[in-house]
Design a protein around this ligand. Structure first.
Ligand code: ADP
Ligand code: ASP
Ligand code: MG
Length: 293
């Protein structure tokens, strides 16, 4: 069994989602697919929160654009028989967002904690919508809701992973893995009060690693928009060199130094169990990529 994580650019357009579908359905073993929000949507959700908190209605055209983008993607990738159902799901989430932003903009004196909880509930919607589309796109895919098994607790005002509880809940969620499963990256749930939380920006990589480790997957694959892990950012440096393999320690060092391709906490749970992590390109899937082990 493998855990495949697809980042924002990989699920960001009709063309890239078609690649995702081919990659997932081409696997010869059971897979759990972990998805990020459509590229740029998390930033838009946060920007709309800021606008609503300032009492402005300027979030409305952005929300209309977010809604239209998801509808366009559904029309482009979801089989016709599933399009109505998928659109209804996404429309429901867009309606939720309308009411969250309305609450924020009309109640500017809400206590800080309530504002923060609304903001956290809002930012979950990117992954909830993208995962609904991916699950509807792939026939027979089984949808899961990550806040049911990714748990955090508040410590010093931050959401901190409850590692052991999360491990047990993931094991309960998948007593066995057959076929194709889809879950959201990034999003989580407070273990005590059950408000929605998250693992931090870029956290979908970590969700995938937590699932891979809890289920002792054969491997984790991080599907992104570059051919693998380079010695430096290939978008900034023309002479960046693609590494075909790395140790966990080498990769961790580059992640800690800011290599955005893997969210820094990701490698630890899989490294402890010796689960190999591949970094691969959704837009160039025949390139082997980088293996970290
Ligand atoms: P995703 O949305 O798939 O999670 P990210 O934007 O988080 O993608 O990470 C991929 C990006 O990481 C690449 O587009 C690249 O610009 C950047 N990056 C930074 N350092 C490295 C590196 N050493 N190797 C590969 N990519 C890197
Ligand atoms: N969508 C979230 C973010 O933009 C999580 C992720 O992409 O990994 O930070
Ligand atoms: Mg990322």
């Amino acid at each position: 069994m493998k855990v495949l994580k697809f980042g924002g650019t990989s699920v960001g357009s009709v063309e890239s989602l078609r690649n995702v579908k081919d990659i997932v359905t081409g696997q010869k073993e059971p897979v759990i697919v972990v998805v990020s929000a459509l590229g740029g949507v998390t930033n838009q959700l946060i920007e709309m929160t800021r606008l609503a908190q300032s009492g402005s209605n300027d979030y409305e055209p952005i929300l209309a654009q977010v809604a239209q983008r998801h509808r366009d993607v559904i029309a482009g990738v979801v089989p016709e028989a599933m399009q109505g159902q998928c659109s209804a799901i996404v429309t429901q989430f867009i309606d939720n967002l309308h009411s969250f932003y309305g609450t924020l903009s009309l109640n500017r004196d809400l206590p800080q904690q309530e504002q923060q909880r609304l903001a956290d509930a809002i930012v979950c919607h990117g992954e909830v919508m993208s995962s609904a589309i991916v699950a509807c796109m792939i026939e027979g895919a089984v949808p899961h809701f990550s806040p049911n098994f990714i748990k955090t607790r508040e410590r010093d005002g931050r959401h901190v992973l409850e590692a052991e509880l999360t491990r047990q809940l993931i094991a309960n969620e998948w007593p066995a893995v057959e076929g194709i499963h889809v879950a959201q990256g990034f999003i989580a749930d407070d273990a005590d009060e059950h408000f929605k939380t998250n693992l931090g920006r870029g956290g979908s990589d970590y969700t995938a690693a937590l699932i891979a480790a809890a289920l002792r997957a054969d491997s984790q694959e991080i599907w992104t928009d570059v051919d693998g892990f380079y010695d430096k950012d290939p978008r900034k440096y023309d002479d960046a060199r693609l590494l075909d393999q790395m140790t966990y320690a080498q990769a961790q060092e580059l992640c800690d130094a800011g290599a955005k391709v893997i969210y820094p906490p990701t490698l630890r749970p899989v490294a402890e169990l010796g689960i190999p992590v591949w970094v691969k390109n959704t837009f160039n899937p025949t390139v082997p990529g980088t293996v970290i082990r």
